[in-house]
Write a protein that binds this ligand. Structure first.
Ligand SMILES: [Fe+2]
Length: 330
């Protein structure tokens, strides 16, 4: 992949040489490739350096996309469909985590390792996660035991694949541990928990809560954030809950909303005020003359966001490519 360009001449040359690729095209390709590499490791293949390298490559690309295509990447947890639920969830969690750790001042290389951990944290329940996606009833005792043990199994699978990275393995081990010792599987507490593991846990929870299951819709992003930050006391350091709030705000890109003037649309860009993003309104009456809709800057009182709504209430399809085109070549 080319480096970020600084000169006009280089940019022109690359634009001519490289076909344009949108952030969403990158994300879909990454989802499909991760599906293969995660399955390889989940199947228990010993010494799988190619699968591990594919995961590292995905983390590296994901980090660059978060840097250059911030709004598009923040829309992924709410907009990514297709493929396995577990792969989509890991990818969404990795993205939220990357933004949180950046906010917390974590170095790029440590963030990359944390992304690797987010992508692989649930290998130990790779199949069970798909079952639970569609299961409305309570977990059976066997399922519960598997859930409680899955961080250990994930680590064993990663070690079997040839991974020796101490931080990567520690974050996978710790991604369900709580600051007060009430988590699992080892009931670690306090200083035993890496800050990045606490961030991973909160990102994991938010992404799980806003995502639909086979038997229930996803929670609105603002309510999910409030619930998770409200319950974070004792679970994670307060500064890490704040990082989650700062990164997402109540209405991250990809959130379907209704404005106080009655218009409905989708949040497409953040502004300096997390409660007042830019919303793309595409009312059917705009018809063929306005297929792109209009942007509403929700900072004016008559255009404030009133509430989040289910995507089905928008009344028109959303084209991710259109709403989040490429900022430039990567
Ligand atoms: Fe997990």
């Amino acid at each position: 992949m080319a480096e970020v360009l600084t000169s006009f001449e280089d940019a022109t040359a690359l634009a001519q040489a490289t076909p344009p690729s949108t952030p969403w095209a990158h994300i879909r390709a990454m989802r499909d490739k991760l599906d293969v590499s995660l399955q390889t490791i989940a199947d228990g293949h010993q010494n799988s350096p190619i699968a591990l390298d594919d995961i590292r490559a995905a983390s590296s690309l994901l980090q660059r996309l978060c840097l250059l295509e911030t709004d598009a990447m923040l829309s992924v947890p709410l907009r990514l469909t297709g493929g396995r639920y577990g792969v989509r969830h890991s990818l969404a969690t990795a993205i939220v985590l990357e933004f949180m750790l950046t906010r917390m001042g974590t170095s790029p290389s440590e963030r990359r390792t944390a992304i690797n951990a987010a992508l692989t944290m649930n290998l130990g329940m790779h199949e069970l996660q798909e079952q639970l996606y569609g299961q409305a009833g309570a977990l059976s005792p066997e399922q519960r035991a598997s859930v409680l043990d899955h961080p250990n199994v994930s680590v064993a699978l990663l070690r079997g694949a040839g991974l020796e990275d101490r931080m990567w393995l520690a974050l996978v081990t710790q991604h369900h541990e709580h600051l007060d010792g009430t988590g699992y599987p080892r009931k670690l507490s306090g200083d035993q928990l890496w800050p990045a593991a606490q961030a991973l846990m909160l990102a994991d929870r938010w992404c799980a809560m806003i995502t639909e299951r086979g038997y229930r819709p996803g929670a609105p992003p603002d309510q999910a954030l409030q619930l998770i930050v409200g319950r974070a006391s004792g679970v994670a350091n307060a500064s890490i809950g704040k990082a989650l709030s700062d990164v997402l705000g109540p209405y991250p890109p990809g959130t379907p909303v209704r404005l106080v003037n009655g218009e409905v649309g989708m949040v497409c860009r953040r502004t300096y005020d997390p409660s007042a993003p830019v919303v793309r309104v595409m009312h059917p009456t705009y018809g063929p003359n306005g297929p792109d809709g209009v942007n509403r800057l929700c900072i004016e009182s008559k255009l404030r966001i009133e509430t989040c709504i289910p995507a089905a209430e928008l009344g028109f399809p959303i084209d991710n490519e259109h709403l989040w085109p490429a900022t430039g070549p990567l």
